[in-house]
Design a protein around this ligand. Structure first.
Ligand code: SF4
Length: 468
């Protein structure tokens, strides 16, 4: 099993119950996901060619994944040509060892980090801290959840579960005196605290939204400018990037930049798009003396040759989370893994284990809203059904099999089917209230615990048809 950032023994159903009962979480989720979804629709509508552009993005991803070995080698050669170092991490443990090793060899003691889900995936912060290296998250939302000792609950809005009151509480505790819960002064406090950290930092750690094979460029998309400070101020820069983030050419980058911010927030572009092409060169005023690119596998290559390869096309925009009726009610923490929402329900079982995450493939109504919102049109419902199928084959349910076998036999014989319908109508209808059951016994209770079940109709469609 891959070393993957998931809570051991996570109680999914228990966490769902807690999330549903948390009134402030419910209102924060509605507020955020409504705003971001409206942005997503506005963003696509503002593009004259959003359909073809999304298809184009998908084709680039499909092509890259089909030739991933070639593009990774090209990326490695490009980064080395610029004077950077490339490391391959097969799993989370190796990624931690490589990055801690870079810090130790370069004598770094203070690291600043811009938002990176990949670093969450490999549990990087505890490993750095255990090696005596102070690490500070510099995205404001990530900074708050680091101070609160929590995990991100959304791909692009990691502190969505916090209100301004709770942020004021966390920051007040950190500075040691009460702060007003006014957003502007909270942001200024965060800015002052983080500036001090940037001044002291000797190592900057980032993820990478895209890695361009042709030029060795790492593209970072942020809204706060912290990514730019993280990559220019400290003398060592480490970019930890999932190996599926490679794209062939610099000319492919605008296709994704046009889509990413629009899908995520509805912005035309994120506020900062930073292109890092190697370490500082002679005559340049800023930039790191050393640049390291760590390419992470951690379960990705295992997915490459399976019907779930399409999940590697994800550009982590978060749009499927905002669109999903399940995420909108339960938030990110309930999923138990670092990636949440519909795409998390695929990535966590695939990178971690299908058997250890039995509920995730079922945490979806399969309504397709995720696919409609996705900038690369990933067929998430199809893959969720595929995971359910894997679960079924790994652990067949005897009773379910028997039920389907019986149902097959009945469907094959019209007279049996009619007889079964008549029997169901005669026995069940008198027990229903106004055509509905509010309580069913046995496994049926799983349905009626949360909604009513319709009683058989007084007349079947065939009977009505014949009469007509
Ligand atoms: S699956 Fe699509 S919508 Fe969801 S985060 Fe990835 S790119 Fe965005």
């Amino acid at each position: 099993m891959t070393d993957y950032a998931r809570h051991e023994h996570h109680d999914f159903l228990g966490a769902v119950g807690q999330a549903l009962a948390d009134v402030s979480l419910q209102s924060a989720l509605v507020r955020l996901t409504d705003t971001l979804m409206a942005g997503n629709r506005r963003g696509y509508a503002a593009l004259a060619d959003s359909g073809p552009l999304r298809d184009h993005a998908k084709q680039i991803k499909e092509h890259t994944l089909a030739h991933l070995d070639k593009y990774l080698e090209q990326l490695e050669a490009s980064v080395q040509r610029l004077g950077g170092y490339v490391h391959y991490a097969a799993d989370a443990e190796e990624a931690r060892r490589i990055i801690v090793g870079i810090a130790q060899q370069s004598g770094c003691k203070h690291a600043v980090k811009s938002k990176s889900m990949t670093s969450e995936e490999v549990h990087l912060n505890p490993a750095l801290e255990a090696a005596g290296i102070e690490v500070t998250e510099t995205d404001f939302g990530e900074f708050i959840i680091q101070l609160a000792g929590e995990r991100p609950s959304h791909l692009v809005a990691p502190a969505v579960h916090h209100t301004r009151e709770s942020i004021a509480r966390v920051l007040s505790q950190h500075v040691g005196h009460p702060l007003p819960d006014d957003p502007k002064s909270l942001a200024l406090t965060g800015r002052r605290l983080l500036r001090d950290k940037f001044h002291a930092a000797d190592m900057g750690i980032t993820g990478g939204n895209f890695a361009v094979a042709e030029t060795g460029t790492i593209a970072l998309v942020t809204n706060e400018g912290n990514g730019r400070l993280t990559t220019t101020w400290p003398r060592v820069h480490v970019a930890l990037v999932g190996m599926e983030k490679v794209i062939p050419r610099l000319a492919d980058l605008p296709v994704f930049l046009k889509l990413l911010a629009r899908a995520a927030t509805g912005q035309t572009l994120s506020i900062y798009t930073t292109l890092i092409t190697g370490p500082r060169r002679a005559g340049e005023l800023d930039g790191p003396e050393e640049f390291h690119l760590v390419l992470l596998d951690n379960g990705r290559s295992k997915v490459l040759g399976t019907p779930f390869r399409e999940s590697l096309q994800c550009i982590r925009c978060g749009a499927c989370l905002n669109a999903c009726p399940v995420y909108r009610r339960i938030g990110g923490h309930a999923y138990g893994g670092v990636y949440s929402g519909p795409i998390g329900s695929i990535l966590t079982p695939l990178y971690d284990s299908v058997a250890e995450n039995p509920h995730l493939p079922h945490a979806s109504s399969l309504c397709g809203a995720c696919q409609a919102a996705c900038p690369v049109k990933i067929n998430i419902p199809h893959m969720l059904i595929g995971l359910r199928e894997l679960q079924h084959h790994a652990k067949p349910n005897r009773w379910e099999r028997l039920a389907y076998r019986l149902w097959r036999e009945v469907l094959r014989r019209p007279f049996l089917y009619r007889l079964a319908l008549r029997a169901a109508r005669l026995t069940l209808r008198p027990l229903a209230r106004k055509g509905w059951f509010s309580k069913l016994p046995g496994p049926g209770a799983g349905w009626t615990d949360v909604r009513d079940f319709p009683a058989p109709a007084a007349k079947s469609f065939r009977e009505m048809w014949r009469k007509l």
